[in-house]
Design a protein around this ligand. Structure first.
Ligand SMILES: NC(=O)c1ccc[n+]([C@@H]2O[C@H](COP(=O)([O-])OP(=O)(O)OC[C@H]3O[C@@H](n4cnc5c(N)ncnc54)[C@H](OP(=O)(O)O)[C@@H]3O)[C@@H](O)[C@H]2O)c1
Length: 275
């Protein structure tokens, strides 16, 4: 079984990105908005800032109180939309329940939508005419392509249909000529469907949701889900015994996560170069 090592791959892609990033240094600026005190979100935002700093890309994080109301967040986004020194705006998800996250996402200018989540950029993605795609979905495709895993004609099962992972991943992979089954909590006979897959992408967020009995021989599995227990991270897939069944596997941690951060910076540089 090949271990799909997202940490190593992200390092290689960062090296390739360096020249482009240098050309944008002190020009490209990411502004992240983090609302509330969810510990995982603080860790993810910190990692994104670190990645920017390594490449000399500017990054500001706005930490907002968890009680901040919708109107206030909209005002902040509007100000950032108008600020010519800001290249990309990132709204860290999930956000407190009283906020309408979709409305907030859609208030970001599509030209500053570094995560490719606005209705404008999602629409263009469906039409296959956009270079900005949601970071995790693009990261998943980059892992498959960089490891030369055959997508064309493959049966891909994506579990989870979120706007940030499952849905855009299913779109990107069918655009690369895969036959995609998009599964969710109402899917019947999930195990039977997963057992037919050449490639499985799982983004549910439940520790060890799948185990080795779900996979056919030589399947490729990319684990996206992250669960935290006593400061330890667990994926959606139990790793026990996978090595005798799968042909390739991306673990948690060290798989899709680092590649997602790399893709975010790639998107930011793309936005800067598109100005
Ligand atoms: N590695 C990374 O870079 C990265 C990036 C983003 C997210 N994540 C992690 O990925 C996980 C999922 O996040 P997300 O934002 O994609 O999804 P999400 O919004 O948390 O939704 C979870 C998805 O799982 C589906 N689901 C729940 N129970 C299921 C079941 N029993 N059978 C089949 N499907 C089921 C849900 O179906 P319904 O739609 O029917 O409710 C939903 O589509 C989280 O742990 C998150 O931390 C990791």
């Amino acid at each position: 079984m090949i271990l799909l090592n997202g940490t190593e791959l992200a390092k290689k892609r960062f090296l390739k990105l360096k020249t482009k990033a240098e050309a944008c240094a002190n020009k490209a600026k990411l502004v992240g908005i983090l609302i509330g005190d969810e510990p995982s979100s603080h860790i993810y935002v910190g990692k994104k800032k670190q990645a920017c700093q390594k490449l000399g890309v500017l990054c500001d994080i706005l930490y907002l109180d968890k009680a901040t109301d919708q109107k206030k967040v909209l005002q902040i986004i509007e100000k950032l939309n108008q600020d010519s020194s800001v290249t990309g705006i990132l709204l860290q998800l999930p956000m407190p329940k009283h906020l309408d996250s979709l409305k907030l996402i859609n208030s970001i200018s599509s030209k500053k939508d570094v995560e490719g989540l606005t209705s404008q950029n999602m629409g263009l993605l469906v039409q296959k005419s956009n270079s900005i795609a949601p970071c995790t979905a693009k990261a998943i495709c980059n892992i498959l392509n960089d490891y030369d895993i055959k997508i064309k004609g493959s049966h891909v099962v994506v579990i989870g249909r979120s706007l940030i992972v499952g849905l855009p991943t299913s779109i990107l992979l069918q655009q690369q000529d895969a036959s995609v089954s998009l599964c969710h909590s109402y899917t019947k006979n999930l195990k039977t469907i997963v057992q037919q897959a050449d490639i499985v992408i799982v983004s549910v967020g439940k520790k060890y949701f799948l185990d080795k009995t779900y996979f056919k021989k030589n399947a490729v599995v990319l684990d996206v889900g992250i669960s935290r227990e006593n400061d330890k991270l667990y994926g959606d897939v139990c790793p026990d015994g996978l090595e005798n069944i799968l042909s390739a596997y991306s673990p948690v941690p060290g798989g899709v996560g680092p590649m997602t951060i790399q893709t975010l910076i790639e998107n930011l540089i793309f936005l800067q170069q598109s100005l």
